[in-house]
Design a protein around this ligand. Structure first.
Ligand code: BTN
Length: 258
């Protein structure tokens, strides 16, 4: 076991967590999906780099080695009524708080799953699940978290260089371990009491788009709107230019600041 993983184990508060480390994987989410059925809740796959990191809406996630934290957490929620948006939003708050505590910089959340520092995206979250069609209970849920801990040695790819940022200025393995462990600790604290939504107020307070003009991407169309608020189910209330209002759910739309 390398020092990065040893230090994470030293700082995590949950004894059922088991970490499997890889230097490179195509995607930690795709790898975990292949083995999920035979493994226990709390397994975490961590890779130093990914060659085919996946983002939402079939986008790729830039995952160069040694600069980011790429991890996928295996969850096996027991209840039918579980809500995958709660898992994504709990993770967003966990990442934002961990980044703030260790970097001293304010972190904000761009609905629904991006964490920003100084208006640059430092983290993306991709939650994927497999629901049993008969029982309606998930077989498993995979929570994938990608954090740009440091600036990659060759910089960010051209397409994202204006929107991506990193959490820390200096490249330090101990900061990377501490950040990984804090994210895991905050996330499981919320997840083990998911229905209580202890992260709701912080999620709302950290929202960067509330009150702002946004572009709503939905069904191949783009519409201008104002983001009004986020409700207790983490839906985004928007008001279109004609005055009509709509609650947006996370799976169906993507939002950009106008
Ligand atoms: C997004 O911003 O659209 C979501 C990005 C999620 C990236 C993480 S990195 C670890 C895990 N493995 C993947 O292939 N994707 C997620």
């Amino acid at each position: 076991m390398n020092n990065y993983i040893k230090n994470i184990y030293k700082s995590i508060n949950f004894p059922f967590i088991d970490i499997e480390y890889h230097t490179f994987l195509p995607s930690t989410n795709s790898y975990l999906k292949e083995i999920a059925n035979n493994r226990k809740e709390g397994l975490i796959i961590i890779a130093d780099g990914q060659t085919a990191g996946k983002g939402r809406f079939n986008r790729t996630f830039f995952s160069p080695d040694n600069s980011g934290i790429y991890m996928s957490i295996l969850l096996k929620p027991k209840n039918k009524g579980f809500n995958s948006t709660f898992i994504t939003t709990a993770a967003a708050v966990a990442v934002a708080k961990a980044c703030e505590e260790l970097s001293g910089k304010e972190a904000q959340i761009k609905w629904v799953n991006d964490v920003l520092i100084n208006n640059k995206k430092v983290c993306g979250i991709l939650t994927e699940g497999c629901i049993n069609p008969k029982s309606g209970i998930p077989e498993y849920v995979i929570l994938g978290i990608g954090i740009n801990a440091f600036t990659p040695k060759n910089g960010f790819d051209a397409e994202i260089k204006d929107i991506a940022g990193s959490v820390f200025c200096e490249n330090s393995l101990s900061l990377k371990s501490m950040l990984t462990a804090k994210v895991i600790n905050y996330f499981f604290e919320y997840y083990l009491n998911l229905e209580e939504k202890r992260f709701l107020t912080e999620y709302k307070n950290k929202s960067v788009i509330t009150g702002k003009d946004v572009l709503v991407y939905k069904n191949n169309s783009v519409v201008s709107a104002k983001a009004i608020s986020i409700d207790d189910e983490f839906r985004l209330l928007v008001e279109y230019e004609n005055g009509s209002r709509e609650f947006l759910s996370s799976g169906e739309v993507s939002i950009k600041l106008a």
